[in-house]
Ligand binder design. Structure first.
Ligand code: MN3
Length: 241
C-alpha cells in the first residue's frame, strides 16, 4: 500500500531527526532573555578588576592564582574537550541543558569555565545594594534580606567538599538558594537545583585557603562586602522578564 509506505517513510524521517537533534536539549524558554545567551564559549574574558581590587576580603595572590591558573585551566581544558565535536558550535546554555550526555571533561571544565566568569562579574570593590524589585522578591521568598543572607551563607558553609552556593530564579519565577557540588550549576540538567543563576559563591578551598586556611565561614562572611549588586540587579531584571 502506497499510503502505508509513505507513513513509514515519514516515521523514519522523524526518528532520524530525533537522533540528529536529540543530544542537544533546548534550554528553558525563560532563559532566552538572559544575557548568558551571549556568552562566548571560545573567549577567556579579562578579569573585570585588578587582582588586589577586592582586598582585604579576597587577597590579591588568591585572585591571581584563582583567575590565571585555576580558571584558565578550566577554559583550556574545555576548549580541548569540545574541539572537533558538535559542542564547538553550541551555546553554553545548550551544552549545559544536556550536559549529562557530554561527558565529565565538558561537564567539569565547561562548568569551571562558565561559573568563574559568572562569579568574577558578581564581585566588585564597590558593592552597592539590591534594587527595589530584587529587595521585594527577596522579602517575599525569604522574609527579609538578613534571612536571605543567612540562608545563602548556610548553603555555602555546609556544602560538603568543593562546590558553589547560588541564588537563582526557579522556573516559576521564585527566588531560591542552594548549592552544587564540584563545578555543576543550576543550568545543568544534572543539577538537583535548577533555574537561572543570579549570584554565585565559589567555596572550593582554592578560593580562600591562602588567606582563610580552613575557615570557610570567615570567607563566606567577608564575601558580602564585595557582592556586585548592580550586576545581580541586572541579572534579576533580565531573568524575570
Ligand atoms: Mn574556583
Amino acid at each position: 500500500m502506497e499510503h502505508k509506505s509513505t507513513m513509514r517513510k515519514i516515521g523514519a524521517g522523524i526518528i532520524a531527526l530525533l537522533i540528529v537533534t536529540g543530544s542537544f536539549a533546548t534550554p528553558p524558554e525563560n532563559l532566552k532573555n538572559s544575557a548568558m545567551e551571549k556568552f562566548d564559549i571560545h573567549v577567556f574574558p579579562a578579569l573585570p578588576y585588578a587582582y588586589d581590587a577586592l582586598e582585604p576580603y579576597i587577597d590579591a595572590r588568591t585572585m591571581e592564582i584563582h583567575y590565571d591558573k585555576h580558571h584558565r585551566a578550566y577554559f583550556n581544558n574545555f576548549i580541548a574537550a569540545i574541539k572537533d565535536t558538535p559542542y564547538d558550535s553550541k551555546t553554553i546554555l545548550q551544552i549545559f541543558a544536556s550536559v549529562s550526555e557530554a561527558g565529565d571533561a565538558i561537564r567539569n571544565n565547561g562548568g569551571g569555565f562558565y561559573n568563574h566568569v559568572f562569579f568574577w562579574n558578581n564581585l566588585s570593590p564597590k558593592s552597592g545594594k539590591p534594587s527595589a524589585e530584587l529587595t521585594e522578591a527577596i522579602n517575599k521568598a525569604f522574609g527579609s534580606f538578613d534571612k536571605f543572607r543567612e540562608a545563602f551563607s548556610n548553603s555555602a558553609k555546609t556544602r560538603f567538599g568543593s562546590g558553589w552556593a547560588w541564588l537563582y530564579l526557579t522556573s516559576d519565577k521564585k527566588l531560591a538558594v542552594g548549592s552544587t557540588p564540584n563545578q555543576d550549576n543550576p543550568l545543568m540538567d544534572v543539577s538537583t537545583i535548577k533555574g537561572i543563576p543570579l549570584l554565585a559563591l565559589d567555596v572550593w578551598e582554592h578560593a580562600y585557603y591562602l588567606k582563610y586556611q580552613n575557615r570557610r565561614p570567615e570567607y563566606v562572611d567577608a564575601f558580602w562586602n564585595v557582592v556586585n549588586w548592580d550586576e545581580v540587579n541586572r541579572r534579576y531584571a533580565e531573568a524575570i522578564k
